[in-house]
Design a protein around this ligand. Structure first.
Ligand SMILES: Nc1nc2c(ncn2[C@@H]2O[C@H](COP(=O)(O)OP(=O)(O)OP(=O)(O)O)[C@@H](O)[C@H]2O)c(=O)[nH]1
Ligand SMILES: [Mg+2]
Length: 235
């Protein structure tokens, strides 16, 4: 209790090659934040590398997925009284300066601030196929939320106010980002997109193989379709 610092939560799965440098950069460039690495049951030396670089580590005994790891970070923040949380990738793709901007938006009243690569279209833009998938999801999520959303798959996001207990208690399964925007909107949370630049991963391998990307699109589109049906049945 009594923590006044924001908390940076780094999600990491099999990131032994990148997590050390990511932690070191964050400690240097975002010294105002406390730091937690959530190691989601990695079989490599992710947890040890994060600790060696000076991070506190919460470790899942087996792999539970990004959504559960995000909730672990938010529960930690609630328990320790952190007023704001910024979630970042453990592979160095997210710039600490952008994290600071998202935390600034939370300080000004946003409850969920999402870093968008596509508002100013600068920095690492991902592959053409993934941009196309993102554009499709952006159209669906924008129409469900009645608010323009340009980067619904962004994992660089900050939480404050009611969004911390809300997403500590419930989370969409598998890939939570697009669905969680719809949930936040329905709960009346203040959601804001902020332009950010991302970078290529520092080292290691992407968890998203072409097969998994296909699964991602089908699963998330179906989940958003269910959200649409739920919204209609409530109306
Ligand atoms: N908690 C948790 N984190 C994961 C899991 N899979 C990947 N991650 C982390 O989530 C972040 C994003 O995953 P990436 O594999 O880099 O996916 P991406 O950033 O969309 O893809 P690239 O641009 O190719 O790096 C990274 O920090 C990973 O370590 C998982 O099963 N559980
Ligand atoms: Mg990545």
């Amino acid at each position: 209790m009594g923590e006044t610092r924001p908390l940076a939560v780094l999600l990491a799965y099999e990131e032994e090659a990148a997590i050390g440098r990511t932690v070191e950069e964050l400690r240097r460039e975002l010294p105002e934040a406390a730091l937690l690495v959530v190691d989601d049951g990695s079989s490599d030396r992710t947890a040890a590398a994060a600790r060696a670089a000076g991070a506190r580590v919460a470790r899942h005994p087996f792999n539970l997925g990004v959504a559960a790891a995000e909730a672990t970070g938010l529960r930690y923040a609630l328990r320790h009284g952190h007023p704001a949380v910024v979630r970042m990738d453990g592979d160095g793709q997210h710039d600490p300066k952008s994290a600071r901007e998202l935390l600034g938006a939370v300080e000004r009243g946003a409850e969920l601030a999402v870093g968008s690569r596509f508002l100013e279209r600068e920095g690492f833009q991902s592959s053409a196929a993934r941009r196309a998938g993102n554009a499709l999801l952006a159209r669906i999520v924008s129409s469900l939320c009645g608010q323009s959303v340009t980067d619904p798959t962004s994992g660089l996001r900050a939480f404050g106010g009611r969004a911390i207990p809300f997403f500590a208690e419930r989370f969409p399964h598998d890939y939570p980002e697009p669905e969680s925007l719809v949930w936040a909107h329905r709960a009346g949370l203040c959601v804001e997109e902020i332009p950010v630049q991302m970078r290529p991963r520092l080292a290691g391998r992407s968890s998203l193989t072409p097969w998994k990307s296909g699964y991602y699109m089908v699963k998330v589109t179906l989940a958003l379709g269910l959200e649409l049906a739920r919204g209609r049945s409530r109306a």
